[in-house]
Design a protein around this ligand. Sequence first.
Ligand code: UTP
Length: 234
Amino acid sequence: MVLQVRVTLCLGGSILALEKLDVGCIKEVAQTVHTLKSQKHDVLVVTGGGGPAREYIKAAQALGVSSTQLDKIGIDITRLHARMVILAIGDIAEPDPPTMVEVAVRIALKNKVPVMGGTSPGQTTDAVAAMLATASRSELLVFFSDVGGVYTADPKLDVAAKKIETMTSRELVERFASTKPEPGIKTIIDPIAAKLIERSKIKTLVMGAHEIKRLPEILRGANHSGTTIIPVSE
Ligand code: UTP
């Protein structure tokens, strides 16, 4: 891999806050962002909502509100998590989470680290990360999730599910085609993100939280235990 890359990191809600906020994970992310920046990589970050987002969505569901309102609750939580990551990163991060991908790209071009949550209803932060990676012309998109990769089936439901080491972006689209983007869905990659990854042809990795610290060496070509998604040309 090239010496200096622009990389978009998607910190899944399942690693930042599986049930409640994991401050240790946030500190590790901040440390890794500092290391990457000191090695002259460009870094853009997207944060998920995890357990707290689902808890608030469930509570709002009991109020009988629309899916759009539920999504907006989820978005607010992802932005709160972005703010926590910003606080942990400190001065090299833009002080407020951008609410639009285009703004995040402009921040990165000014050599600051943008950390953002969701943008619009009807998707998850996986799609935001795929859009951000495309808009910023990132060479690499990395998803961190609690299951640490893409599996042949949902590993939480099927004990026979096997982690896939390498797959094409077409196979990724097929794997998640039937997933419905309902408010608070649990999926490794949402179907909108899968399509964006296929279209943009950005190399993508899906890894576990234990690889956060190792990211600088993984960028230099070291092995990882997650899934590598390879773009396919037409
Ligand atoms: P997340 O992207 O955080 O989902 O969005 P998640 O499941 O916690 O993240 P992963 O899968 O671990 O990475 C939480 C909810 O917020 C709303 C959706 O309802 C989503 O399910 N949301 C989020 C949006 O509507 N739009 C967005 O751009 C982002």
